[in-house]
Write a protein that binds this ligand. Structure first.
Ligand code: UT7
Length: 321
């Protein structure tokens, strides 16, 4: 029987600078009330100038390794929209900062769906026997690409990192990654983008148009994964969706037919952290004791590309790093 990827450890890290809605409202035409009621966000964290994406990734990665009880992996996959540099990838730097020797190390670029794409990549390497143990990190320093004058994006995004360790195991083990589906539609490239060109450096998003697409795409692929896993909606203990907007999270739960209280949410505390959002939400829910060993998790994300994905996971007994 070929091996499957089993989640063996988890960790996360937020940068030190807390940014409140009131701080943003002091320089932008917005208010704490608008941001909370339209997005659910109360605060987010920004990385200071001397903190690189790879620093945040390595901090989350170190926690995930500790939580797994392992000190070595043979593969490092980093999902990010905001790498240390356009070239090379950030993953080799993360591996080096963690003292992991010379593992396979590469980045995955799928914006807010990045973590699920990275997870599927690492799981594929494990299933094919190329890798035995992989560190998968979702990390962003999104504050670096936000237009400080744009209230439509500056109020929403935040920085952070979440990481998991995957190891080769059996499909009947807790932590075994279940069915996974991924998709894209390049026709929507302009809806979420840092436009190309010498003058362009800031992230742009057509929020209203993206809102319904996010709900539709996540609900479609999440339901596809439910079918593949042979789970009913009532089997799902926690819906862990990309934390883009609290209203999206609720609409998505309604659309799939999962009670809203079963959807995990940490958007109030961290904002939209793009590729870091799912592993951060998982780690925060684990830390609060919300997610327990044996729980059935339905993960789903949507982001720039456009890209989307979903995966099923039975939560393992993993503790703090
Ligand atoms: O992570 C990748 C996927 N991302 C998403 O899925 C994000 C999806 N989109 C959203 O979450 C929401 O569309 C936003 C939070 C971005 C915007 O919320 P909305 O309820 O869709 O607002 P809107 O864009 O329809 O704007 C409504 C009004 C507008 O004013 P007028 O034209 O009605 O006078 C906006 O200019 O709210 C205004 N507005 C704001 N007002 C105060 C937009 N942003 C702000 C703001 N503060 N920050």
């Amino acid at each position: 029987m070929s091996p499957v990827a089993v989640l063996a450890g988890i960790g996360s890290r937020l940068p030190p600078r807390l940014v409140t809605n009131d701080e943003l409202a002091a320089r932008l035409d917005t208010s704490d009330e608008w941001i909370r009621s339209r997005t659910g966000i109360a605060r987010r964290y920004f990385a200071p100038d001397d903190m690189q994406t790879s620093d945040l990734a390595a901090a989350a990665g170190a926690e995930a390794l500790k939580s797994s009880g392992e000190s070595q992996v043979d593969t490092v996959v980093v999902a990010t929209t905001t790498p240390d540099r356009p070239c090379p990838g950030t993953a080799p730097t993360v591996a080096s900062k963690l003292g992991l020797g010379q593992p396979a190390a590469f980045d995955v670029s799928a914006v807010c769906t990045g973590f699920l794409y990275a997870l599927a990549n690492a799981a594929g390497l494990i299933a094919s026997g190329v890798s035995e143990r992989a560190l998968v990190v979702g990390v962003e320093t999104f504050s670096r690409i936000l237009d400080p004058t744009d209230r439509g994006t500056s109020t929403i995004f935040g920085d952070g990192a979440g990481a998991v360790v995957l190891r080769a195991g059996r499909p009947d083990e807790l932590g075994a990654l279940g069915p996974c589906t991924l998709g894209s539609d390049g026709e929507g490239v302009d809806l979420i983008t840092v436009p190309a060109g010498p003058e362009a450096r800031y992230f742009t998003m057509q929020g209203k148009r993206v809102f319904w697409l996010a709900v539709q795409r996540m609900s479609q692929c999440a339901q596809e994964v439910l079918r593949q896993a042979e789970w009913r909606t009532t089997d799902v203990d926690h819906l862990v969706s990309h934390q883009a907007n609290q209203r999206i999270t609720w609409q998505l739960a309604d659309e799939i037919g999962i009670p809203r209280e079963r959807s995990v949410s940490n958007i109030a505390e961290v904002g939209n952290t793009a590729a870091a959002s799912i592993p951060l939400a998982l780690d925060h829910a684990r830390a609060e004791g919300l997610i327990k060993a044996g729980d059935r998790l339905l993960l789903t994300a949507f982001g720039g590309g456009l890209t989307w994905g979903a995966a099923a996971l039975r939560w393992p007994a993993v503790g703090r790093g």
